[in-house]
Design a protein around this ligand. Structure first.
Ligand code: FMN
Length: 436
């Protein structure tokens, strides 16, 4: 059996507001309705979690302007307030929202997550990112963002601080004894007195621990520093090999992360490694292949969108590069999503930038998943058998049409083959995630 999640790639943002099949997306963009529908559908399908991406900036690296981002709806609401709304609409689904270790003070994050854990009966997680680009850091009062590897060094200490705060209440500290009138045993609530190189917090939390005590930590860094951070701290690691896809690369990625986990004294079963996948399905395999080819062609035509995306990920203005010349060597200048850029640059070698972007458009996910729901279910099972991974993180535009395809077309086929759960065994997100 493997696990399933859904990645909402622009968080509590705007999804296909001017596209076919997106219903009321334009009108409802800042409302929870679509997200509630997604969450309840994922639960019906037995998914482990729904993951809300986040960023805290209107991108302006591309052409040195916000024009492209604003024209295309590149905005986000804060995902955290959405979490209890989604939890209220579901009973078992895990809900992960993204938080930046670079900008959230540890005390604020530790307290927020315990509050959300209580509100959701133990079903929250946080996706820890170190954030890019410089403009994000400037929103929080810094001149420039911290260098890539230093961000992960800080993030590592940040997690230690947050965990120390979560541990300030012993498991049996809450007494709630009506006879004696004691709410909590003060001898079992301690300061954290955390003092590191970057963070300092006194504690204890003034918030009751939630059912999970340590909510799920999710992580997506693909660089050496990012992989180490995930291997040391995460309960679920999400990997996109879209820039460098294929099952051999998936296997290598997993083996690498597992070796790092063992190096940190952890068991491989303590973190579930999920690969980003975009199943493209139809009533026949041939039809599905045609749809996939149409999507790749549309992405390839959208050179402007791709350049804007690469500018955001790299922090470099791709509009200044000659499309009909090789990608210039800018190694050392990238301070954004480093591993994504490195994978792109590796595959761009020997090509013009335009050719590299066209090639990039052919792959939507870590591996091709194209066919009928039946054949995609078989492919997913075979891939997981080979890779030894723990599951897939669906990345598709969350239209009700796509959600129905995944939840009412694909999931029953996976379940029929014994590949995903048929019911939730435990009460909390973490227990279900680590159950197998
Ligand atoms: C599935 C997935 C989800 C991600 N979600 C976010 C996010 O919500 N916010 C963000 O700033 N970065 C996000 N990232 C970027 C990662 O945090 C990271 O910067 C990127 O994978 C490159 O890794 P590296 O920084 O270790 O090179 C995501 C990456 C992946 C693959």
């Amino acid at each position: 059996m493997f696990h399933m999640g859904w990645f909402l790639g622009t968080g509590f943002g705007v999804y296909g507001w001017n596209q076919r099949w997106t219903g009321n997306a334009a009108k409802d963009m800042a409302r929870p309705d679509l997200f509630i529908d997604v969450a309840t559908s994922l639960e019906r399908a037995g998914f482990d979690y729904m993951m809300l991406e986040d960023s805290c900036v209107i991108p302006d690296v591309f052409r040195g302007s916000m024009e492209f981002a604003l024209k295309s709806g590149g905005i986000r609401q804060d995902p955290m307030p959405l979490v209890p709304i989604l939890a209220d609409a579901t009973k078992h689904l895990g809900i992960i929202a993204t938080a930046s270790t670079s900008f959230y003070p540890p005390y604020l994050a530790a307290r927020l997550m315990q509050t959300l854990d209580n509100l959701s009966d133990g079903r929250v997680g946080m996706n820890l990112v170190t954030s890019s680009p410089h403009a994000a850091a400037q929103n929080y009062g810094y001149e420039q963002h911290f260098p890539h590897d230093q961000r992960y060094e800080m993030a590592d200490e940040w997690v230690a601080c947050v965990r120390a705060l979560w541990d300030t209440w012993e498991p049996d500290a809450v007494v709630m004894d009506q006879e004696t009138g004691v709410f909590a045993d003060y001898t079992k609530v301690h300061p954290a007195n955390f003092e590191g190189k970057y963070y300092k917090s006194r504690g204890p939390l003034n918030t009751m621990p939630g059912p999970q005590r340590h909510p799920v930590i999710c992580q997506a860094g693909g660089s050496n520093a990012g992989k180490d951070f995930g291997a040391k701290n995460a309960d679920t690691i999400i990997a996109s090999l879209a820039e460098d896809p294929g099952i051999e690369n998936m296997k290598d990625y997993r083996d690498d992360v597992v070796a790092r986990m063992i190096g940190f004294g952890r068991k491989p079963s303590e973190a579930k490694i999920m690969f980003l996948g975009h199943p493209i399905m139809a009533d026949t395999d041939r039809e599905a292949k045609e749809i996939a080819a149409g999507m790749a062609a549309a992405t390839a035509r959208n050179i402007e969108g791709q350049l804007a995306g690469m500018s955001y990920y790299s922090g470099l203005d791709f509009s200044t590069f000659d499309l009909d010349a090789p990608l210039p060597d800018v190694t050392g200048e990238v301070n954004g999503h480093l591993s994504l850029y490195q994978d792109f640059a590796k595959n761009a070698a020997g090509k013009t930038l335009r050719e590299a972007l066209v090639q990039r458009a052919q792959t939507l996910s870590s591996v091709d998943l194209i066919g009928t729901p039946e054949s995609v279910a078989v492919q997913m099972g075979e891939i997981m058998d080979y890779v030894g991974g723990d599951g897939f993180l669906i990345r598709a535009l969350p239209t009700r049409k796509n959600v129905t395809e995944m939840c009412d077309g694909l999931a029953p086929q996976l379940r029929k083959r014994g590949l995903i759960r048929s019911e939730y065994e435990f009460d909390t997100f973490k227990e279900n995630l680590l159950a197998y």
